[in-house]
Every structure is written in C-alpha cells, then in structure tokens.
Write a protein that binds this ligand. Structure first.
Ligand SMILES: *[C@@H]1O[C@H](CO)[C@@H](O)[C@H](O)[C@H]1NC(C)=O
Ligand SMILES: *[C@@H]1O[C@H](CO)[C@@H](O)[C@H](O)[C@H]1NC(C)=O
Ligand SMILES: *[C@@H]1O[C@H](CO)[C@@H](O)[C@H](O)[C@H]1NC(C)=O
Ligand SMILES: *[C@@H]1O[C@H](CO)[C@@H](O)[C@H](O)[C@H]1NC(C)=O
Length: 305
C-alpha cells in the first residue's frame, strides 16, 4: 500500500472516531469542590451532571470513596436497572433533580464520622456519554465547653504556685488551648497541651498552666481554638485567701463561620466542548484513554463493592 493511501485511511479513521466521540460525550460532571460535615450529623455531597442534550438515558451511576485517585473499600452506592443499592445503610442517594440541561445528584451521609472525611467520586454512564467528578467531605466536631480546675483548689495564698488545667473534649480537627489573664496578656507559651485521641477519631485537649497566685491578678481564661471556625472559652477565679471556695465561672462563645460554596460558572461546559473539538488527534487519544480508564474504574468499583 502506498504511503499516501495509508495516510488517507488513517485520516478517515480519525474522522470516524472523532465523529463517534463528538456524538457520544455530551455530558460533564461538576462537583462542589468541598462539602462540610459535622460529627454525628447528616452531611450532603453534591454533584451536577450537565448535558447539552435533552432526555439522557442513565445506564449506571456510582459513588465511592477515593484514595490516590482510585476507589477504595466498598463502593457505597450503585444505580443500575433503575434503582440504587447501598453497601452501608448510612449512605444513600438524595432525590435526583432534573431540569432541561442538568441533573443534580447527591450522596447523603448519615451520622457523619471523622473517618468519613476524604475524597469521594461520582461516576455516570449514559447513552450520550460518561464522566466522573470528585468532591471532598471535610468533617468537624465542636469541642465541649472547656472546664478549668486548679491545684490547690482552695485556701490559696499570695505568691503560691498554682497549677491550672483546662480540659475540652470530643473535637475535630485537633485544636489549641490558649491562656490569658484578666488583662488579656497571653500566657499560652507557659502552658503545655496534651492532645488525646478518642476511639472515634476525635480529640480531647488538656492544657496545664502553672502560675504564681496574686490577689490582684486572680482571673484566668482559657480559649479552645478549633481551626478558626469554632471558639469556646472558660474563665476561672483563683480562690485566694482563707475560707474561700473554689470559684469557677464558665462562659462560652461559639463563632461559626459557614463557608458558602458559590454556584458553578456556567461557561465551563461550552469551553470544555469547544476545547475538546479543537484538539484533534491527541484529543481522540486522550478520550480513548479516558474512556478505558472510566470503564476500568467502574469495573474496579464493582469488584471491590
Ligand atoms: C441544582 O442545584 C443548584 C444548586 O446547587 C440549583 O441552583 C439548581 O436549581 C438545581 N437544579 C435542579 C434541576 O434542581
Ligand atoms: C483533664 O484531662 C486530663 C487528661 O485526660 C485528666 O487526667 C484530668 O483528670 C482532667 N481534669 C479534669 C478536672 O477533668
Ligand atoms: C497567644 O499565644 C499563642 C502561642 O504563642 C498564639 O498562637 C496565639 O495566637 C496568641 N493569641 C492571641 C490572641 O494573641
Ligand atoms: C475524653 O473526654 C471525655 C469527656 O471528658 C471522656 O469521657 C473520655 O473518656 C475521654 N477520652 C479519652 C481517650 O481520654
């Protein structure tokens, strides 16, 4: 065969494949980059399937947890033959929300655990294409109101060394405990923090601070800082002088900052298709590889499920 013929066949082959793929991949999965979950409460992970064709026929959908870009452990949820099946009763699918050009899908997590934190993948195969998207579940647990105790607890005299302990429990991620006196001088550097893991992946914090008793400086505060979103505090008045009872005075303040994940940019799909179309050979190869990889992941997901 002449070289020119070979080139011609090759060019035709490319054109056919390109036509097939252009027709096939009409969908794109876009997931919220990050979703927030609170320990022991329910969490929702959101993805969106954008299609430029109406009435797409869903063949298969799948949610799994991913590590190093592959599905690990059990595939939590699989949608096939028109129904969902779950491996773990804590995971279920939110209602599918359709309109002309998009399908909202969600993974519902009940009684969120610290171990649920991580990356999740949503995969979909339809008659007009396939795609997948990743989203991250960040888990937080608020610390308990801290409790301060002192040693000795009563009959403290001026100039006596006093050890204060501030305990807070059941938080995530690991937090800090800062110490201040009544003039808000920062004594944190003179304290020692112990971070004690609990069985469910949360942490207990215990901070010990030794000071010298002074009747003119008898009020101390500890502040539990949990990644800037959550602050809890307690105050303690040293019981200086004979006959004085242990005087604890706890106050709390919680500042929660809710990060609102903004809506997704609408131009992304158009840009995506435009770029794919204008890319030629490398694009086709990439598509082929991506398709094979997708099918492989789907199979692996099933195998590990
Ligand atoms: C999908 O979810 C977004 C918010 O995440 C919402 O604005 C949009 O209306 C939803 N679409 C459908 C079809 O329900
Ligand atoms: C604070 O926590 C430490 C470490 O768990 C514990 O040994 C100590 O008894 C606790 N103190 C109080 C007052 O609960
Ligand atoms: C107090 O000191 C600690 C440790 O040096 C520091 O991390 C913290 O930001 C300080 N807090 C304030 C309010 O200055
Ligand atoms: C953490 O603190 C809680 C409440 O004080 C306590 O019940 C639990 O035993 C502590 N866990 C560990 C591992 O110290």
């Amino acid at each position: 065969m002449a070289l020119s013929d070979m080139l011609m066949y090759w060019a035709i082959g490319i054109a056919v494949i390109q036509a097939a793929y252009c027709q096939e991949n009409f969908i794109k999965v876009k997931c919220d980059p990050e979703n927030q979950g609170v320990y022991s409460q329910d969490a929702v992970l959101n993805c969106k399937v954008v299609s430029i064709k109406k009435d797409i026929q869903i063949m298969k959908m799948m949610w799994c947890k991913v590590e190093a870009d592959i599905c690990v452990g059990k595939t939590m949820l699989t949608f096939e033959d028109g129904k969902w099946s779950a491996e773990d009763a804590r995971f279920s699918s939110g209602a599918l929300e359709w309109n002309e050009k998009e399908l909202n899908v969600s993974l519902l997590v009940q009684k969120t655990q610290v171990s649920d934190q991580g990356s999740y993948r949503f995969m979909i195969s339809t008659d007009t294409g396939y795609d997948k998207g990743n989203t991250y579940l960040r888990v937080t647990a608020p610390y308990s109101v801290p409790v301060i105790s002192s040693l000795p607890g009563i009959n403290i005299e001026d100039s006596m060394p006093v050890t204060l302990t501030c305990n807070a429990s059941g938080g995530y991620p690991p937090g800090q405990i800062h110490w201040f006196d009544q003039l808000d001088s920062n004594w944190t550097k003179s304290s020692a923090l112990r971070t004690i893991p609990t069985q469910d992946g949360r942490f207990n914090l215990s901070s010990v601070f030794t000071t010298t008793a002074s009747s003119s400086m008898a009020l101390y505060k500890c502040v539990v800082v949990n990644d800037k979103m959550d602050k809890q505090r307690a105050e303690y008045q040293l019981a200086i002088g004979p006959g004085k009872q242990e005087g604890t005075k706890n106050t709390t303040a919680i500042t929660a900052v809710f990060i609102v994940v903004g809506a997704l940019a609408s131009g992304i799909l158009i840009l995506y298709i435009h770029r794919r179309r204008s890319r030629g050979n490398t694009w086709i190869q990439a598509q082929q590889e991506e398709k094979e990889e997708h099918e492989k992941t789907m199979e692996e997901g099933e195998a590990t499920g």
